[in-house]
Ligand binder design. Structure first.
Ligand SMILES: Cc1cc2nc3c(=O)[nH]c(=O)nc-3n(C[C@H](O)[C@H](O)[C@H](O)COP(=O)(O)O)c2cc1C
Length: 174
């Protein structure tokens, strides 16, 4: 989507969020409710790093909400994509979709473009199906903002840490 089509979705979500700020109800569980370690801490570290760079206090719900709302304008990108998957599909096919997403992101870089994958869009599945006239069986997995990153924006200074290799891989038989 771009131009008026993108504007229509963004405007509809902005309008609806006055009544239902947290969306239509999740399409799927973005994170497990009881996220265990080490995942919980890793997730918190990314959130802390991002909000610190933006100067947003942990308890400042209004500022956090405003930052979250930027998702639903594709962070100002001129092009927005919505990735959907048939609702009958399970974990193996979600993994295929992740590969597809990753390849879109790499191909965009090859063309000099930047992307931001956005699972946040899955909070607005029903509205997206309405606006884009999608069949009911299409589950909204994520959005993707496509454009040129504002390299000077503080948020784009975020560099997430990486776990040590021996934390994520176990080489046997070497
Ligand atoms: C599948 C996927 C979905 C994401 N969804 C969102 C999102 O909805 N909103 C957001 O601000 N960032 C989103 N992110 C970006 C991450 O929060 C993180 O900032 C980004 O991936 C950079 O960290 P990394 O270099 O460790 O990947 C998403 C990333 C991925 C891979």
């Amino acid at each position: 989507m771009q131009g008026d089509a993108l504007g229509e979705l963004v405007d509809r979500v902005a309008e609806k969020s006055k009544q239902t700020p947290f969306g239509d109800g999740p399409e799927y569980e973005i994170y497990p409710a009881e996220l265990s370690e080490p995942y919980f801490s890793r997730r918190a570290e990314v959130g802390y790093g991002m909000y610190s760079l933006l100067g947003i206090d942990r308890d400042d719900a209004a500022a956090r909400g405003a930052q979250m709302a930027k998702n639903f304008r594709f962070f100002g990108a001129p092009v927005g994509m919505i990735l959907t998957i048939d609702k009958q599909m399970g974990a193996p096919q979600f993994s295929d979709l992740g590969l597809f997403l990753g390849n879109i992101m790499l191909l965009a870089r090859e063309k000099g473009l930047h992307t931001c994958p956005q699972e946040a869009w899955s909070l607005w599945g029903r509205t997206i199906r309405e606006v884009l006239d999608l069949p009911e069986n299409e589950l909204v997995f994520c959005g993707v903002a496509v454009g040129h990153a504002s390299v000077d924006a503080p948020i784009n200074r975020l560099r997430t840490s990486r776990a040590a290799l021996d934390e994520v891989a176990d080489f046997r038989g070497f």
